[in-house]
Design a binder for this molecule. Sequence first.
Ligand SMILES: O=P(O)(O)OC[C@H]1O[C@H](O)[C@H](O)[C@@H](O)[C@@H]1O
Length: 615
Amino acid sequence: MAATSGTIIHNVAASHCRYQNRKFAVQLQRDSCAPCIQNLLPIQGGKLAWNSISSMHVNSILKTQSVFIRRGNFSCNATSVVTDSSSLAIDFTKLQNGSDIRGVAIEGLEGEPVNLTQPVAEAIATAFASWLLEKKKADGSRRLSVSIGHDSRISAKTLESAVSRGITRAGLDVVLYGLASTPAMFNSTLTQNEEFLCPVDGAIMITASHLPYNRNGFKFFTNSGGLGKADIKDILQRAAEEHKTFTGDGSKEKFGSSIKRVDYMAIYTSDLVNAVRKASGNLEKPLEGFHIVVDAGNGAGGFFAAKVLEPLGAITTGSQFLEPDGYFPNHIPNPEDKQAMKAITQAVLNNKADLGIIFDTDVDRSAAVDSSGSEINRNRLIALMSAIVLEEHPRTTIVTDSVTSDGLTTFIEKKLGGKHHRFKRGYKNVIDEAIRLNSIGEESHLAIETSGHGALKENNWLDDGAYLMVKLLIKLASAKALGQPGGSKVITDLIEGLEEPAVAVELRLKIDQNHPDLKGRSFREYGEAVLQLLENLVEADPKLRKAPVNYEGVRVSGFGGWFLLRLSLHDPVLPLNIEAQSQEDAVKLGLAVLAAANEFPALNTSALDKFVQTS
Ligand SMILES: O=P(O)(O)OC[C@H]1O[C@H](O)[C@H](O)[C@@H](O)[C@@H]1O
C-alpha cells in the first residue's frame, strides 16, 4: 500500500485481469495500472479528525458529507498543504480557457510565470468538489467520488497529487487512473462497474491538449458531459476564495477520504475492442491481415496500438512515438499540425501500411492517413465520418464547426443526402448544438470539428478521437468480411467526389491589447468593431455575398471561394480562413478583408499583408 500526502491509497482488486494485455509496453501500465493481484487493502484506523474547513463553500459541503463521514470507518490523516506564497496573487479568471482550465505549470520559460501551482490546482479541485456536491444535490447518504487521469505532461504527477488533495480536502473519494485519455475520463462517469468503482460522480482530466510542455490544465466531466464555460467560471471563483484560506502551515485537517487506484483504461479499451468485434459479426480478430500504424506523438494515445488494434488482429509494426514523453520530442501531438501529419504519412508509406492513425495528446482528437499517403483530416475527416453516419442514419443532420468548406456542404447534402448544419467553432459548441437539435426534433447523430474533435450520438456524445477511429476500423473490418479488396480503399472511396479547394489557408491576426487604439475597449469589443466594418464593406461590394445563414464572424462568398473572419474562442486573435480555386482569387478575398483590417491599428495584419503580397 502506498500512501501519499497522508491519505491512504488502495490498489483495487482486479479480477478484471482478463482485460489486461501484458504485452502492453506503454507507460499506461506503469502509471495507471495497479498490478492485477492486489487485494483491496483494509482501510487503516477508524478515527476521524473533524476540524473545520475554512472555505464557506467547503463548509456547505460538510453539512452533507458529515453524515456519511460520521457513519463510515475511514481513517483521517492530516495532509500538509504546500503553499506557494507567490501564487497568492494569481488571477484565477486568467486560467479559464473556454470550457477548460489552462495555465503554466513548469517554470523556466521567459515571460511565462507559473500560474498553475500546486496550491492553485488544489484549490481548483476543492472548488470542483464543492460544485459537484451542489450539482448532485448530495444528501450525505453516500460519499461522492471523483476520478483523476492525466496525459503525458511532465507536470502531471505533481498536479495529480495536488488535485487529489483538493478533492479529499472536501471530503470526497478519489480514484486515480494514471495515464488516461480525456474521453476515458468522461466515460468513467457512465460506466456501470462496481469492481472498477464506477460510475464516478465526477472526473478530472489533467491535460493541456497540444500546448507546449510547460503548460497544463484541467477538463471536468459529470455524466451530463463536459462542464461548460459558466461552470468553469463558477469553479474558478470558488477556487479563488478557497485559495485565500491556504496558510502554508501544514495544519489543514482532512476527512477520511480514500484514494484508490484502478486500471480504468482496461475497461475503456475493451469497450472499443468490443465495439469493433460486435459490428463485425463477433469475430475475435476482424482486423487480421491489416497493417495499421499509430502515431501518438508521445501523448497518452499509445494504448491504441497494443490495447485496441493488436487484440483485433491488426499488425502495428512501424507505429511511432507511443511512449509518453511530456517534452513531445518528435512533433506536436496535434492532427492539425503539418509536421505531425507529415510524420504519420511517412510512417504509412515507409511501412506500406493500410492505414495510419494519429491522436492529439489526450486522444479527444484524431486523424487518419490512407494507404496512398493521403491525409484524412479536417474537411476530409468530416466528409468520411458523415458518409459512415449517413449510411446508418439517412438524411441526418451533421453539425460542424464554422470553418468547414463549401465543398463539404455540397458533399454532405448533394452526394450523401444529409443536412450540413455549419455552426460555431469549439467542440463543446458543436456537441451542445447537436444535442439541442435532437431535443427540438431535428435528428442529428454526428457533431464534429475540423480540428479532429468528434462525437456521435451512439457513443453518448462523447468527444472521442479514438471512437472516430473505431468507426473507420469497423468499415475496414466489414469490407474484409464482405470479401472486398483490402487496404484502405473502402475508406478512400467514401470521400470520392468531395470538392477540395486549390488554396486553403488560416491566418491569425492578433489584437494588441495594450494598443492605445483600443481606447479602453476589450479585445472582444475591438474585434467586433473590425467584423462590423468588414460586414459593411462586404454589403457594399457587388462581387461579394454574405453567407445567408451564419453563426459566427463574417463569412463571405466571392471569386469562386469564401472567407471567414471571426473572433478566436479564447485568444485576442481574429482567425481568417480563406479557400479559393486559385491563388489569385484567394488574394482577392484577402484584399477584401484587408480593406477593413487596415482601419484598425491594434490589429496585426502582417500575416495577411504577406499573403496578399507574396502570392
Ligand atoms: O477559436 P480558436 O482560437 O481557433 O480555437 C478553437 C479551438 O479552441 C479550443 O482548443 C477548443 O478545444 C477547440 O474545440 C476549438 O477548435
